[in-house]
Design a binder for this molecule. Sequence first.
Ligand SMILES: [Zn+2]
Length: 293
Amino acid sequence: MDMRKLWIALFLIAIIFAGCSPAATNESLPRAANTPSNDKQMKPQAVPGQDKHKDISRTPDLRDGPEDQIRKPHPMTLSDLQAKYKSTFLLSGSSDKREIALTFDDAPDDHFTPQVLDILKKEGVRATFFVVGNRVQAHPDIVRRMVKEGHVIGNHSWSHPNLPKLRDADFRNEILKTDRQILSIAGYLPTFVRPPYGNISENQILWLASQHKVVVNWNIDSLDWKGLDAEEVKTNVLAHLQPGAIILQHSAGGKGQDLSGTVKALPDIIKAIRDDGVKLVTIPELLDMPNGK
Ligand SMILES: [Zn+2]
């Protein structure tokens, strides 16, 4: 008997003794031939239709299941979402026009917001305010003033929650309730929504798109919410100026938040942008879209 026949004979004997199912032979035969003592451990795995990895009984399972089950529904990052929904989720306008938009979040309050409005009025600048619904309810006169002075109102939710954590019904309610509050004062349902903390999920973007809304974040963050002084706020904004930019500032904050740096920096920021030959516009002007309906 030549060597080749000898090996085939040994191979066939090993199959018979291993008692493997046809499905299980595919991957593990060489090992079964080399280690006949595996026989007992493998038998429980040799049932057709069960996992084809025969030594799985010795391998602790992955606690939250196979990789593909967990990875598939993994939420997309904000930059993934922005890339995927270019016309619904914007961070800036076109860089073709020498225009920049100032935006102020978390308004209105009755302390910092009036100071910001005073400066904008004095400088003849119109901006976009992303207002919190329950604050609009608390200070309707300040929102009336915004509208009267030509500013644009956007929706920043009713109570400023982290939207991706909400159930669908709660998320929609945050948007719709704020819409109604804005409509009652500004006279239009706002086109633009800025999610609190800039956070939003893919499903929420899709629902807003179905409501003909546009999600607007920013590409220049003043970081004024950190309570920075005027010089720091100015540096954060002016160091990143570019045509089409959307600048994020706040004209109200959480309890105890000091935005005096924002107020103090604002005249210098406006001057520096204008000195660059750049026009300050509202979000609907920057994006060539209506402010509401
Ligand atoms: Zn906010």
